[in-house]
Design a protein around this ligand. Structure first.
Ligand code: MSP
Length: 512
């Protein structure tokens, strides 16, 4: 397969160090990037930091730092986190880089040239925390403070000269675009929210600010700073060397296959971004998926609420793959989810240590005793063997479709069922009682090893490090992992050597 696949995370505000919500967006994106790579696609995976605007300027001022040095410091913690999370990103973009400034300036000029921008005056509410404009009816008075109804963050009154983008003009074209591309916005429930928002009437959008200086200047009027969302969204094409539309990266990867984002920033990605692009005669991305939030108690985690979970602390205590597995499996994708220590420990003990790790150890140890660490020969699949092996070949299309529709839950359930089935198979077949029936013994061991190979491949996008460790049993290195091979049941070469591997997951001893 030589399909190109371009996936992006949101670019993160380096206003404070990363938290679990950020880790979640990144890990899920990495899951898709890794799956598509083992499916044989040519993948580009982008992440980065969103460094301009009033929010960052104020955060820097609070620390007594100039914004650039402040961003350098915090952007590095996001870049470091990408490594800690074992993200397979190909690039990390910072909006303070020249390649990005060039791209934003160019997009602005095109919009101006196409008569999509005009100068006027903005008066209304603005939330610095969300970097968003709100109309009167989108705000409310709470504890003597005017706040946004949707995010709860405080808003302030802004009155200043501003450039406007003719968003109202794009209302009908956007609605047509949504109906021509029914899977542009997922999940379905959020798509309906976006469509009703657009149908309710779009007003022109203020796209420049005058009252602060930290940002990219409007090329034709240096008193104005380009609105940080127009700046930020453009990162997705800056990384492809836009405005050089003849560049190979741009040609191969635009329009993006998937912008993965949290539900709080869906409007920016599903309304403003395609409108800017349509107005500049650039094709919009193929899909925007708005995932749910990681909650702390009942609330969205955020710095201002002081309820943040630090991914590094959890990784230090439990390891990276358990956290990745937990976030991908336990948070029903598309919905909000919680992190609880108890559920995380249960996941480690039952799914990872017992069902997966233990299966690998049992089968390899058994093989060592009876087969001297060689793939058994002279095997013959019986009905039970065929049945369990065929589950993979008959589900391969469903698995691919589930990923192509961001139905992670289907994919994860399949793995869980197969882990259960593989353990049950080994127990039910009782190879320890088949020592006198050599052909049957060979077959059970061959099938069990083959199941470990298939499950480890399926697990690769979720827990890459552990999957690679397990695939060492068969000397399969990362670059040789091929998703399609799970439909083939006779890949393991008879009489070839297998390897013992260290314990994959340590059980958590609970003191209750
Ligand atoms: N800078 C903008 C995005 C610009 S993209 C062109 C931004 N940054 S952010 O740092 O505030 O958030 C980045 C991502 O983290 C968003 O997708 C947001 O939904 C996600 N999360 C932030 N808190 C979250 C949770 N508590 N749970 C899950 N994800 C949430 O918005």
């Amino acid at each position: 397969m030589d399909e190109n696949f371009y996936i992006t995370t949101p670019i993160y505000y380096p206003s404070a160090k990363p938290h679990m919500g950020h880790a979640y967006s990144s890990i899920i994106s990495d899951f898709f990037a890794r799956f598509k790579r083992i499916q044989g696609c040519n993948v580009l995976f982008l992440t980065g930091t969103d460094e301009h605007g009033q929010k960052i300027q104020r955060a820097a001022e609070n620390k007594g730092m100039d914004p650039k040095s402040f961003c350098d410091e915090i952007s590095k913690t996001f870049n470091d986190l990408s490594k800690t999370l074992n993200l397979s990103n190909d690039d990390f973009i910072r909006t303070t880089e020249n390649r990005h400034k060039k791209s934003v300036t160019n997009l602005w000029k095109i919009l101006e040239k196409r008569n999509e921008i005009y100068l006027s005056k903005y008066s209304g509410w603005y939330s610095v925390s969300d970097e968003a404009f709100y109309s009167e009816d989108e705000t409310e008075e709470k504890n003597n403070t005017r706040t946004s109804k949707t995010s709860g963050s405080p808003v302030e009154w802004v009155e200043e000269e501003s450039y406007f983008f003719k968003l109202s003009k794009w209302q009908e074209p956007l609605l047509k675009f949504y109906s021509d591309n029914p899977k542009f916005i997922l999940p379905e429930s959020r798509k309906n929210e976006v469509i009703s928002f657009v149908k309710s009437g779009l007003k022109d959008l203020s796209i420049s600010r005058k009252s602060f200086s930290w940002g990219i200047k409007v090329p034709s009027n240096n008193d104005h700073i380009i609105y940080v969302w127009l700046d930020a969204l453009t990162n997705y094409i800056s990384a492809l060397n836009y405005p050089n539309v003849q560049d190979k990266l741009y040609k191969d990867f635009w329009p993006a296959s998937l912008h993965l984002i949290g539900k709080d920033i869906l409007r920016f990605h599903a309304v403003y971004w395609p409108a800017f692009l349509l107005a500049a005669d650039i094709p919009p991305p193929k899909r925007v998926y708005g995932h749910g939030w990681i909650l702390s108690g009942e609330e969205k985690m955020s710095k201002s609420k002081g309820n943040i979970l630090d991914p590094i602390e959890i990784i230090d205590q439990y390891g990276l793959d358990p956290l990745r597995y937990y976030l991908i499996k336990e948070v029903s994708f598309g919905n909000d989810g919680n992190i609880s220590q108890e559920k995380l420990e249960n996941c480690i003990n039952s799914d990872l240590a017992n069902n997966y790790g233990n299966l690998c150890q049992r089968v390899v140890s058994f093989n060592e005793k009876d087969f001297n660490l060689k793939i058994p020969n002279n095997y013959k699949f019986n009905k039970d063997d065929q049945q369990i092996l065929n589950t993979y070949s008959s589900n391969i299309e469903n698995l691919i479709n589930s990923i192509d529709n961001q139905n992670i839950n289907y994919y994860v359930n399949f793995i869980q069922e197969q882990l259960f089935a593989a353990n049950k198979y080994f127990n039910d077949q009782e190879p320890w009682r088949k020592k006198s029936d050599k052909e049957r013994l060979n077959s059970i061991l061959y099938v069990s090893l083959e199941l470990i190979r298939k499950i480890s491949i399926l697990l690769y996008p979720i827990i890459p490090e552990s999957s690679i460790k397990a695939l060492k049993i068969f000397n399969i290195t990362e670059d040789k992992i091929d998703f399609d091979s799970i439909k083939n049941h006779e890949i393991l070469k008879v009489n070839s050597d297998i390897n013992k591997i260290p314990i994959l997951f340590k059980k958590i001893i609970k003191n209750d």
